[in-house]
Design a protein around this ligand. Structure first.
Ligand code: CP3
Length: 359
């Protein structure tokens, strides 16, 4: 593999000095890009796209080519793992994910198994093909869903307003939920390790729904399983540390505990104050985030002002190490593509003043 010509994201995730604040965006390859919609139409569906290593490679590189972002993220989905467990995944147009066989009774939970990695081979093939296509331009981030967030979809059978089914299970029959989480932990750790073996250079755990949980319950049912995944993930590959990021949407209130989960960086949504979070964890981890994705609907000068606000919240001039710029959640499918170019160039030009290294 060629050496990385831009490894700024990897260094920032480890709080090493960098010349500017690196930037990538959650869901950076997606429907807001015309070239993504064209490739998706050729594939026939989102799942067919994700299951074709060649097409997944094509869409992973689209935002890199267009915007000069500092990292690529594997094009896939967190729900590939429960799909491989046999729950029957489909994506209905405009409705989000659906499982045909959600886990609703004890028998289906007891029958749940860690899927053979072979059934997810298309993901690892995509990782290898993306690394080759990137040719060292920027690092590739692999990912999985948190055990709890996966369980939300596995139990509810799809998106949900109040997660009433899984929360009832949690309080009525916690042992049953723990059985699901145990399988999800083992599957997620094996899945991330196989992505790292195939070439992923950093990994991120997406905990989209941990933030719906009560204090105390979050630690037991979402954070602890993520800690167990991280404990099993390999930390070094190709002679370098593979940094890990934990993102609990709505999780800023628990940042001290998240920062002690074994991750190198904590992802934050837009409700968090980056500066206050940084102080609370005494710089133990890097921080990733946290611009509101809807800022991208504002006019250029307002986007630039919001970027400045985010950079300034993280740290004063000369103190910017340990920040990876991102949105606070995935980019909206209705985002005007030109707004992303404005964002990326604002981060790159404004952030130099926040770093001591000029190299
Ligand atoms: O960030 C990236 O660019 C990498 C690819 C990626 C996707 N999904 C592609 C995708 C990643 C990292 C995910 C993670 C994911 N998937 C999460 C966690 C992050 C988050 O957004 O909270 C969750 C909860 C899912 C489950 C999921 N997948 C949902 C709820 C949906 C439907 C939502 C929607 O926008 O319609 C998906 C589908 C999906 N995953 C799309 C993309 C680009 C849109 C599918 C399409 O092209 O129609």
């Amino acid at each position: 593999m060629p050496p990385l010509s831009n490894d700024i994201v990897l260094r920032a995730l480890l709080r090493e000095p960098v010349p500017y604040t690196p930037v990538w965006l959650m869901r950076q390859a997606g429907r807001y890009l015309a070239e993504y919609r064209a490739t998706r139409a050729r594939a026939g569906s989102f799942l067919a796209l994700a299951k074709s290593p060649a097409l997944a490679t094509e869409v992973t590189l689209q935002p890199i080519d267009r915007y000069g972002l500092d990292a690529a993220i594997l094009f896939s989905d967190i729900l590939t793992v429960p799909e491989a467990m046999g729950l029957g995944l489909s994506f209905a147009e405009g409705e989000g994910p659906r499982f045909e066989r959600p886990l609703r009774d004890e028998a289906s939970v007891r029958a749940l198994r860690v899927p053979p990695l072979e059934s997810l081979r298309y993901v690892f093939d995509a990782v290898a093909e993306i690394r080759k296509a990137l040719a060292g331009r920027v690092p590739l981030i692999g990912f999985c869903g948190s055990p709890f967030t996966l369980a939300c979809y596995m139990v509810e059978g799809g998106a949900s307003k109040d997660f009433g089914t899984i929360k009832s299970m949690l309080y009525k029959n916690p042992e049953l939920l723990e059985l699901i989480l145990e399988v999800n932990v083992a599957a997620s750790a094996a899945y991330l390790n196989a992505q790292i073996d195939a070439g992923a250079q950093a990994v991120m755990i997406f905990d989209t729904w941990g933030g719906i949980l009560a204090d105390g319950v979050y630690q037991r049912f979402s954070l602890n399983p993520m800690r167990a995944v991280l404990a099993q993930v390999q930390r070094e590959k190709e002679g370098r540390r593979v940094p890990s990021i934990v993102f609990t949407k709505g999780g800023a209130g628990w940042i001290e505990e998240i920062a002690q989960s074994g991750c190198d960086a904590v992802g934050l949504d837009w409700t968090a104050d980056l500066g206050a979070c940084r102080k609370r964890i005494a710089d133990r981890c890097a921080l990733q985030g946290n611009l509101d994705p809807h800022v991208l609907f504002a006019k250029d000068s307002d986007i630039e002002r919001e970027v400045e606000h985010t950079l300034t919240r993280f740290g004063e001039v000369g103190e910017g190490a340990g920040h990876v710029f991102n949105l606070g959640h995935g980019i909206s499918q209705f985002t005007p593509p030109d707004a992303v170019a404005v964002l990326v160039s604002a981060v790159k030009s404004q952030s130099r003043a926040f770093h001591k290294v000029s190299a």
